[in-house]
Ligand binder design. Structure first.
Ligand SMILES: [Zn+2]
Ligand SMILES: [Zn+2]
Length: 213
């Protein structure tokens, strides 16, 4: 993922496929599989006492095509099971808007290209905000918040006492976050938001990006 300043867009690329290879000496792009062995708990019978062996059933119930009852994966015996179906053997998959934005990009964007602005609002946080980081509908605001904080009025007091200091604190937290998803700061086309809004309520605040008018 890169940020293209001329078009003001995040441009998606590829990233390493984390679901294949690069393990046990098996290269990226190859599927890692394991041979099976008799379940050590039931000695391969699938039965324990008067009942079924739970140790190996959890595998056979999950993938009965791969492991019959009485067998468990032998993690000491990995092998190369052919090209990965997730990435067609390339070891790379396409990035999506739910992937994380590199911190270098966040530093390039905030605050110069994407400043942080405070909106004071009436009332308190909604249940959707405080529990799920979801905001009431607004045509310009992206629907998923970067984060929400319920603090019983501490932030409101901080902002009233020192508005610039409060904005600096929020700004630092955005760029310190290593897990900002692209869809939280850019629209579907990759066009980055116009600014980041801090919706300051009586009992806390929510941080969400706003697209240009
Ligand atoms: Zn067993
Ligand atoms: Zn793969």
């Amino acid at each position: 993922m890169i940020f293209d300043l001329a078009s003001r867009r995040l441009v998606l690329g590829t990233r390493p496929d984390v679901s294949c290879g690069n393990l046990y000496g098996i290269p990226a792009g190859r599927e890692v599989a394991f041979r099976s062995k008799d379940c050590p708990k039931c000695k391969g019978t699938g039965k324990r006492g008067n009942g079924r062996c739970r140790e190996c059933r959890r595998y056979s119930e999950y993938r009965s095509d791969l492991l019959p009852v009485g067998q468990v994966p032998d993690y000491s015996s990995p092998y190369d099971a052919g090209p990965c179906r997730g990435c067609d053997g390339t070891g790379e998959v396409a990035e999506t808007m739910t992937d994380h934005v590199d911190r270098k990009i966040l530093f390039a964007l905030i605050p110069e290209i994407m400043p942080v602005r405070v909106y004071q609002r009436d009332g308190g946080l909604t249940v959707g905000e405080s529990l799920f980081g979801m905001l009431p509908a607004d045509s310009r605001r992206l629907p998923f918040a970067l984060w929400s904080s319920q603090d019983y009025g501490r932030s409101l007091a901080e902002w009233k006492a020192n508005p610039d200091g409060f904005v600096a604190t929020v700004t630092a937290r955005i760029t310190d976050e290593s897990a900002v998803q692209a869809c939280k700061i850019a629209g579907e086309s990759g066009l980055v938001a116009d600014h980041i809004g801090v919706l300051l309520a009586a009992d806390g605040y929510t941080v969400a990006a706003y697209l240009a008018e």
